[in-house]
Design a protein around this ligand. Structure first.
Ligand code: NAP
Length: 293
């Protein structure tokens, strides 16, 4: 990397961002494109999103990834917002136009779908069971529904949050409470694509059978099991699912693909996702805590 006065600057804003994997992933992506860009992590305290946009314009920062706790604030503050980001009221990408206007978009859900497609799995016509109804779950649900999933059961500890997601497509969605074991079992019976979008399993060893969001006895070998958690890469859920014979997909693919989509928005070019994944795996091998985006 040869940083000069002409180098374009991008970065991630969040709080905290000290352990973020994004600089490693994005700089590997920029290197794969051979573009003169550099990516840094910028700690932005809560409630300072407006000041950040002023700074971004003033300094000519070309792109920013947005992570917790700023995704919702940015959705209210940007000059332009994509339809998806508006629907979710969540922005994970800021792009500075040549006219100085800042556009907000959301690449999280499409990142998950791209990561599935990259391993030959299409969400179209699938019956999906998604555990969790937080920010990540909302973007994943939106993308799955846009990509033609046939049915989506959202299972969550707080039923009200699952019902919010049902409103995206009431004819194709159903909300279940985690406590309703019969409903969860029926959903798992219907489901062929199972997704953990809760934080359960994060930072837990793969051998910890209590760190799984549902009874693993409900799994079948014909199911695909996806975990959004990426530290550890092999979560307790994926460990159990592999033992049952399920196809498993870890959370790193989503992290890489949402970043690749951001680089495409900023540079107009799609980076080498394999190079980004290699860099991320090397960084994760050396880390001991869950890294925020
Ligand atoms: P969030 O908005 O805080 O949502 C957390 C979700 O987990 C909620 O549905 C919450 O249920 C549920 N949950 C948390 N602890 C629970 C427990 N002990 N028992 C039952 N349910 C519990 O977080 P998020 O941003 O959606 O992130 C969720 C996970 O996805 C995190 O591990 C994050 O690291 C990961 N993630 C990965 C990627 C990627 O690129 N791979 C991207 C984004 C997020 P309630 O609604 O009942 O509180």
């Amino acid at each position: 990397m040869n940083i000069t006065a002409r180098t374009s600057v991008a970065g991630v804003i969040g709080h905290p961002v000290t352990h973020s994997l994004s600089p490693v992933i994005h700089n590997a992506g920029f290197a794969s494109l051979g573009v003169d860009w550099v990516y840094i992590a910028l700690d932005l305290a809560p409630n300072r999103a407006q000041e950040c946009l002023v700074g971004m314009r003033a300094l000519g920062i070309r792109g920013l990834s947005v992570t917790m706790p700023h995704k919702t604030d940015m959705a209210h503050l940007v000059d332009e917002i994509s339809p998806q980001a508006r629907r979710l009221m969540s922005v994970n990408t800021l792009s500075l136009g040549i006219d100085g206007r800042i556009t907000g978009e959301s690449t999280d859900g499409d990142g998950l779908v791209s990561s599935l497609q990259a391993v030959g799995i299409s969400p179209a016509e699938r019956s999906v069971v998604m555990f969790g109804a937080g920010g990540a779950a909302r973007s994943v649900a939106d993308a799955l529904l846009r990509h033609g999933c046939a049915h989506l059961d959202i299972v969550n500890r707080t039923l009200a949050a699952a019902l919010v997601i049902c409103d995206y497509a009431p004819d194709r969605c159903a909300a279940q409470s985690t406590n309703d074991q019969a409903a969860v079992a029926a959903a798992m019976q219907r489901g062929d694509l199972i997704i953990n979008a809760t934080s359960i399993g994060m930072g837990q060893p793969a051998t910890d059978s209590t760190a799984i969001p549902f009874d693993p006895a409900l799994l079948r070998p014909d199911q695909v099991v996806v975990d959004l958690v990426y530290h550890p890469l092999e979560t307790a859920l994926l460990h159990c699912a592999a033992a049952v014979g399920c196809t498993t997909v870890d959370g790193l693919g989503m992290l890489i693909h949402q970043a690749a989509l951001q680089q495409q928005l900023w540079t107009g070019q799609f980076p080498d996702v394999q190079a980004m994944a290699r860099a991320a795996r090397a960084a994760l091998d050396g880390s001991t805590s869950q890294a925020p985006q």
